[in-house]
Design a protein around this ligand. Structure first.
Ligand SMILES: Nc1ncnc2c1ncn2[C@@H]1O[C@H](COP(=O)(O)OP(=O)(O)OP(=O)(O)O)[C@@H](O)[C@H]1O
Ligand code: SF4
Ligand SMILES: [Mg+2]
Length: 325
């Protein structure tokens, strides 16, 4: 059975500007041992989708007017609060961008890790501490035994993010959602933390949803990609195929804007314009004001997510031309 399946998910927010339709019919799935990368510029709805899955959406102002979120085949949107709470943290864990604001500054990291084992597994103080040290070693914190009593601010950004990964792994969840887990880190540290996350995911055979706006980091770790634009998935494909021949002009633009060593010295391509204000999304294809391939039909008709093949979809009226180009 599929580990997680999001079906036709819609999320709205009531704001002063009116109703913001942040997520408009998103479908995606993740199997055990699989990594799905969710990609897209700021405001495209990546985090809101993840928050709905995790059950941490601000409601109100948020609302889920439509959709299903199936975890092991069960719709979490119709579960009781109690059932939902049991899944959160223990079976689905989340890693955020900013470890410093997710960790409690006045408690040692060892205490915060141990707390997970004490609360959820009823372990005693000593045993919980031993498990915490083990976990810190797992995520490659040097001298874990000595550092278990340190406070979050005593660790570097990269080490703090490793501690966040340890917290997420503590209860051996089936699924981890990592929302921009390395954005706040230096490039070299980013790569190390990403490699660690990928290794652990494989070892534990977990599903991983990796949210990022950086196509560069997903090539090595993801199995498949969902590209979001203005609250919809505009392209979905296995990672290699998407890199080889994108079927949507937006994906193409994202790929062309990755810095590459073999093009050193050349000017970097950037997609023109900005993502839309989600309270005033353009008619037709939301990408049309920025799309170099836009034609008349794009301004009036919303392109459905067309099936490119069994594993691929593109929401572009002209996906055939795009993929052949
Ligand atoms: N609590 C909220 N109240 C009102 N609007 C919200 C709320 N949370 C998110 N939104 C809106 O929903 C849309 C999608 O936001 P989301 O955070 O999912 O973007 P994102 O793709 O994660 O972007 P980023 O890359 O910047 O993290 C945005 O227009 C945002 O302003
Ligand atoms: S539908 Fe039109 S505007 Fe939208 S991506 Fe395709 S060509 Fe561009
Ligand atoms: Mg986000």
């Amino acid at each position: 059975m599929t580990l997680l399946e999001v079906r036709d998910l819609h999320v709205d927010f009531q704001t002063r500007d009116g109703v913001v339709k942040a997520v408009n019919g998103v479908n995606y799935s993740v199997e055990a041992g699989e990594t799905l990368a969710v990609l897209g510029e700021s405001g495209s709805g990546k985090s809101v989708t993840a928050q709905a899955v995790m059950g941490i959406l601000d409601m109100p102002p948020g609302r889920i007017p439509k959709g299903e979120i199936l975890f092991h085949g069960e719709n979490m949107l119709t579960m009781s609060k109690e059932e939902r709470r049991k899944i959160r943290g223990a079976r689905i864990a989340m890693i955020f961008q900013d470890a410093l604001s997710s960790l409690n500054p006045v408690l040692t990291v060892g205490y915060q890790l141990a707390e997970m084992f004490r609360v959820h597994q009823g372990l005693g103080r000593k045993e919980a501490k031993a498990r915490s040290i083990e976990l810190m070693e797992r995520v490659k914190i040097p001298a874990a035994k000595a550092r278990v009593n340190d406070y979050p601010h005593q660790f570097s950004g990269g080490m703090r993010q490793r501690i966040m990964i340890a917290m997420a792994l503590a209860l051996e969840p089936d699924l981890i959602i990592a929302d921009e887990p390395t954005t706040a880190l230096d490039v070299t540290v980013q790569a190390q933390v990403m490699a660690l996350l990928a290794d652990l995911q494989r070892e534990y055979n977990m599903g991983l949803i990796l949210i990022t706006h950086d196509l560069g980091v997903v090539a090595d770790v993801a199995d498949k990609i969902a590209v979001m634009y203005a609250g919809r998935i505009v392209e979905t494909a296995p990672v290699k195929e998407l890199y080889r021949a994108p079927a949507h002009p937006y994906t193409k633009g994202l790929l062309e804007s990755i810095p590459r060593l073999d093009r050193k010295g050349q000017e970097l391509y950037a997609i023109q314009g900005l993502p839309p204000n989600m309270a005033k999304v353009p008619e037709g294809c939301a990408f049309h004001p920025r799309c170099p391939a836009a034609r008349d039909i794009c301004r009036t008709e919303l392109p459905p997510l067309a099936e490119v093949d069994d594993a691929r979809g593109s929401a572009c009226h002209f996906w055939k031309e795009t993929i052949d180009a």
